[in-house]
Structures are given as C-alpha cells and as structure tokens.
Design a protein around this ligand. Structure first.
Ligand code: FES
Length: 164
C-alpha cells in the first residue's frame, strides 16, 4: 500500500500527457525502472488509468500486456479510483465459516458497491482479505488499519457510520 498516496482522483481526472511523459523521463524511460515509474504515476493520479498505462507502454517501449501484468501482479497498484477509506472483509477460512460471506453481502447492500470497486461518493473502496490475524474472533473486517472483530450486520452499520 502506498503511504504517500494523494487524494483520489474523480472519474473526471484529466490525464496530462506531458506530465506523464516528464515522469517517465525522470527514470530515463528505462524498462528496468517500470515499477518506479508506475509508483510515481500512481502517486500523482491516485490510481493508474488505462490511458496512462498505454502511454507508459508506448514511451518505454514495453508491451502493454507487460505493463498491465505488472500492475495486476502487485496489489499496491490500482487501475480504479480509490476511496478515502478501504474496507476489507476477511474471507479466510475462519471468517468464511463464521459468516464472512454474509458480511460481504451486507457491505454491498449498505454501500451499494461491488467487490473491487469504489463507492460513488468515493468514501470506500471495497476489497476482500485472506486472514487479518483475528481468526479467534471471526468474522473480521478491516477498515484502513483498524480491525473490527465479531462483526455482524448490525455492528457493521454502526462501524461504517464512523467513516463519513
Ligand atoms: S481468517 Fe479472518 S482473521 Fe483469520
């Protein structure tokens, strides 16, 4: 996760091709610097839109499939605008057995968001996790760096309300 990530971009984010180009130049357009280039661009835009990835591929002479492969391999890269908060519902074995799936459905219902997406108001990005170290008190949910244990539908509503 990028600690220094800037404010999330809206869908109306304008991609400044010159700016993208300058950032790539900072790293000499070298293929070996691809990850650093992507990091820097994500810091600027908050995520990596496909237009940016296409420009990176072209300017660095790297196949687009390789660029998108790197982006999808590393979980800290995102091709979607990110919310102000990230909610991760645990679907590790203990949480799954104790109702993690129901929590997922409740999050979808309350926030009107699908897995991997960001709410329209940019409040939350919704993801799943595979064990967040609270198995004894499953099901667990993590919002940003805060872990909530023994979450149920009612509790979830009041937890989410804290993140207006
Ligand atoms: S399986 Fe969910 S916290 Fe471990």
């Amino acid at each position: 996760m990028l600690a220094e990530r800037q404010q999330p971009c809206s869908e109306k984010t304008q991609i400044n091709q010159q700016e993208v180009s300058k950032i790539i130049d900072l790293f000499d357009s070298k293929r070996s610097n691809l990850i650093q280039v992507l990091h820097q661009l994500q810091n600027v835009y908050g995520f990596l839109p496909i237009e940016v990835l296409m420009q990176v591929a072209k300017k660095m002479s790297v196949p687009l499939s390789e660029v998108t492969g790197v982006v999808s391999f590393y979980s800290f890269f995102s091709t979607q605008p990110q919310g102000r908060h990230t909610i991760r519902v645990c679907l590790g074995t203990a949480c799954y057995v104790r109702g993690g799936k129901k929590i997922i459905e409740k999050v979808q219902e309350l926030l009107q968001v699908q897995l991997g997406e960001t709410t329209e108001d940019q409040r939350f990005t919704f993801e799943i996790a595979r064990c967040i170290g609270a198995c004894g008190l499953a099901p667990a949910v993590m919002i940003d760096n805060e872990v909530y244990r023994q979450v149920n539908s009612n509790k979830l509503k009041s937890i989410l309300a804290k993140y207006e």
